[in-house]
Design a protein around this ligand. Structure first.
Ligand code: NAD
Length: 368
């Protein structure tokens, strides 16, 4: 049987630096665990624009549609700020998400004990936190029509439309319930059913899908504003939070910051199952291309490494290996290995991007 396939799109800025550490880990799985992937690489973002005059070449898009998983680094940088909107680096990423129809965005907020002091919340509120926000990514108010700035009478009016179909709600709900079954079997769905019709429909459809297909999963509903409050007050009450595009945008950023540095946060964007049963999938760190530290060996590769761990779990059914990799990261942090972004007020000597990758490899070796 052919090996599972991965397309690496390292992108711009620190993207290639953090991705280099993931490539080491892919090599480790091949050499030490006999788990091999067919890896190909291509360009996305500013580097693709430099070569092809477009942030995502059609051939790259076609490859992304064929592979089992896409791993992306980051795109963008000041050099490209002057470009026309249609060819900006970010358009490459948006095209991938749109054409692969990646409607379910998984953003874990996991707090490693060694970094609990980094949170702006009290240590006991965040230590051991492990939740995932499932955000609907391809519909809702960011896409609904009508939209625009119009003139009414003698003034302008800005319009965006929150619009969800039943099928759009149902498919992301299924994605959250499936995820919950692999975790602690709890979903909390958040909307504003008290003031929005789209929220009423959201709540009804989520409940229907639950009752018909996932009665074994514990389901609760919360208004999104109350949810934000509860996320700050006691985030450990949640397991999987399911929400729409707009509320998910806000809630996932908030939850992410419960855990400390941007350099630690992975994400997955999943679409419909392909012929082999695996969902279309793109894995990427939450952070951007960090032009302020690019090329200096300072970037923290952990967000990218943890994104690969998500690929092991959600695209390749290698949950035990994903856990092995996450535990290796946990051990490295517990041993006090820190890139510059993880240095606390007590100071110390930060390690480089590649030394952090090497430390994770050493911890993987120790796990055998
Ligand atoms: P950013 O995430 O690139 O950086 C924000 C801050 O966090 C910077 O100080 C940076 O040094 C730090 N940081 C980010 N990742 C880090 C890491 N792995 N290790 C250590 N420190 C890290 O956000 P920005 O500065 O607003 O944007 C820079 C560029 O990235 C822009 O062109 C933006 O459009 C682009 N961007 C891309 C993505 C993406 O590719 N998904 C996401 C956000 C921003």
């Amino acid at each position: 049987m052919a090996n599972p396939s991965i397309l690496i799109l390292a992108g711009d800025g620190i993207g290639p630096e953090v991705m280099a550490e993931v490539k080491k880990i892919i090599g480790w799985y091949d050499a030490k665990r006999g788990i091999s992937f067919d890896v190909s690489e291509d360009l996305v973002g500013g580097c693709a624009y430099d070569k092809h005059g477009t942030p995502l070449h059609d051939d790259t898009m076609a490859k992304a549609q064929e592979v089992d998983a896409v791993l992306l680094g980051a795109v963008g940088g000041p050099k490209y700020d002057v470009l026309d909107f249609s060819v900006k680096p970010e358009r490459g990423l948006l095209r991938l998400r749109k054409e692969m129809d990646l409607f379910s965005n998984l953003r874990p907020a996991q707090c490693f004990d060694a970094l609990a002091d980094f949170s702006s919340l009290k240590k006991d509120v965040v230590a051991g936190l492990d939740i995932v926000i499932v955000r609907e990514l391809t519909s809702g108010v960011y896409f609904g029509e009508p939209r625009g700035i119009f003139t009414e009478g003698n003034e302008r009016v800005g319009i965006n439309t929150q619009r969800y179909t039943e099928s759009e709600i149902a498919r992301v709900a299924r994605s959250a319930f499936e995820l919950a079954r692999r975790r602690n079997n709890k979903v909390c769905s958040m909307e504003k059913a008290n003031v929005m019709e789209s929220g009423i429909l959201w709540r009804e459809v989520v409940q229907e899908i639950h009752d018909k297909e996932y009665p074994d999963v514990e389901l609760s509903h919360m208004y999104a504003d109350a949810g934000a409050m509860q996320l700050c007050r006691w985030p450990k009450q949640f397991d999987v939070i399911l929400t729409d595009n707009l509320f998910g945008d806000l809630l996932s950023d908030m939850a992410a910051m419960l855990t400390g540095s941007l350099g630690m946060l992975p994400s997955a964007s999943l679409g419909a199952p392909m012929a082999n049963g695996r969902p279309k999938a793109l894995y990427e760190p939450v952070h951007g291309s960090a032009p302020d530290i690019a090329g200096q060996g300072k970037a923290n590769p952990i967000a990218c490494i943890l994104s690969f761990a998500m690929a092991l779990r959600y695209s390749f059914d290698l949950g035990d290996e994903a856990t092995r990799l996450e535990q290796a990261v946990e051990k490295v942090l517990a041993d006090g290995v820190r890139t510059a972004d993880l240095m606390g007020p007590e100071g110390g000597t930060p390690v480089s991007t590649s030394a952090m990758g090497d430390a994770v490899i050493a911890a993987l070796d120790a796990s055998l």
